[in-house]
Design a protein around this ligand. Structure first.
Ligand code: HEC
Length: 191
């Protein structure tokens, strides 16, 4: 009986070694195209989607809430959006940059395809970013307050006309660039 178990374990270890070696050989022969011009494999994209959807569900069910918007939130949200999001996600008066369409996956134009995420989910997504897509984690250099302002602005964006956006820009201008990468948003560690 003991010999049988040992033989079984040895067989499983050999099978695992063969699988690892085959995977390494496949990578070495260029089986996985790491370039961004070709679509992501269905397996990787599917796993990514399932993981993200699940985390957004958890974010929705979490007990805590993002800081409530203030009377200045829309303006502060606009200033950050114009400085740090517009190139990838577009504005009512200017489409997203050409290179944003060459990203894999391309960043969605949030004026053409308004987000369907809830406020809590948006807050989570802007704070944490999305791995393997190019969506940055803004919690690494912005605060919870600032991310909450962005959340409100992203929800308002589809209702803004080009003139509204231009007059916001003329009156308030973009936000100053953040000067440190200190992870100071509590949302990064909140459960
Ligand atoms: C370098 C490009 C880039 C920048 C800059 C960027 N994003 Fe993104 N963003 C992306 C990509 C790519 C995705 C798609 C992620 C995916 O496929 O899950 C995305 C997804 C999103 C989504 C989810 C849309 C949806 O409904 O599924 C929101 C909301 C968002 N970004 C908001 C922001 C905000 C707010 C900022 C600025 C503070 C920002 N992004 C900056 C690339 C960017």
């Amino acid at each position: 009986m003991r010999a049988l178990i040992l033989a079984g374990l040895a067989g499983a270890a050999m099978l695992a070694a063969v699988l690892v070696m085959s995977a390494v050989t496949w990578l070495w022969l260029g089986g996985f195209d790491a370039g961004a011009a070709s679509p992501e494999s269905r397996l990787a994209a599917g796993a990514q989607r399932i993981a993200l959807d699940h985390q957004l569900e958890l974010a929705e069910a979490a007990a805590g809430s993002p800081p409530a918007p203030t009377s200045k939130s829309l303006i502060f949200g606009f200033r950050q959006y114009d400085a740090e999001c517009a190139a990838c996600h577009g504005t009512p008066d200017e489409p997203r940059a050409l290179w944003a369409r060459s990203m894999n996956p391309p960043s969605p134009d949030l004026t053409e395809t308004p987000t369907r995420l809830t406020a809590k989910q948006l807050f989570w997504l802007i704070c944490h970013g999305v791995k393997m897509t190019g969506m940055p984690a803004f919690g690494v250099h912005r605060t919870d307050r600032q991310i909450s302002d962005l959340t409100l602005f992203v929800r308002t964006l589809p209702n803004l006309k080009a003139q509204d956006y231009q007059s916001l820009r003329a009156t308030y201008g973009p936000a100053p660039k953040p000067f440190s990468l200190t992870p100071n948003a509590a949302c990064l560690t909140a459960k």
